[in-house]
Write a protein that binds this ligand. Structure first.
Ligand SMILES: NC(=O)c1ccc[n+]([C@@H]2O[C@H](COP(=O)([O-])OP(=O)(O)OC[C@H]3O[C@@H](n4cnc5c(N)ncnc54)[C@H](OP(=O)(O)O)[C@@H]3O)[C@@H](O)[C@H]2O)c1
Length: 131
């Protein structure tokens, strides 16, 4: 049996100082990734929102800006990433290395929801979605 999650954990109080750190969160334009990213931004990190759709990312960034940050100055940047195809994932990593000299924190949030009963998997098949 695992331990019950702590009820007293407050990310804003309990996380270490990450001001100015370069962070990338995969799949962070919605869901758990978005909420994770929201705290990292509040803590002053420079955060890359890595996901496929620029439109969805831009609208998520607008939501963050409405939460109190100055427009265009909330420390979040969209970075194109599609993990369906390893070649696209590699190209995305190479583009990131052109933008930044370092990556302090990588949060691998986007993950594939695999139906284990499938007889065989084609990992380059575009029909696979990450959940
Ligand atoms: N929600 C749950 O109850 C639950 C439970 C256990 C574990 N988890 C795990 O927690 C993580 C987040 O789940 P969630 O429910 O919060 O997800 P979600 O709300 O569905 O968000 C998915 C995120 O991933 C991005 N994404 C989707 N396909 C992608 C791809 N091929 N390449 C890169 N990014 C992609 C989406 O943006 P784009 O569509 O623009 O790419 C979006 O930002 C997943 O790893 C999931 O397996 C979730």
């Amino acid at each position: 049996m695992g331990q019950a999650p702590s009820k007293s954990f407050d990310p804003l109080r309990d996380l270490p100082d990450i001001k100015g750190k370069v962070v990338l969160v995969t799949g962070s334009s919605s869901g758990i990734g978005f909420d994770t990213l929201r705290y990292l931004v509040k803590l002053g990190a420079k955060v890359y929102m890595a996901a496929r759709s620029e439109e969805r990312a831009k609208s998520a960034i607008e939501r963050l800006e409405k939460e109190g940050k100055e427009p265009g100055n909330c420390g979040v940047l969209w970075h194109e990433l599609d993990l369906v195809d390893p070649r696209k994932a590699k190209a995305s990593a190479e583009k990131f290395m052109e933008k930044e000299e370092r990556l302090d924190i990588l949060i691998n949030n986007a993950a594939m929801f695999v139906e284990f009963t499938l007889p065989h998997l084609n990992f380059l098949n575009d029909s696979f979605q990450y959940k």
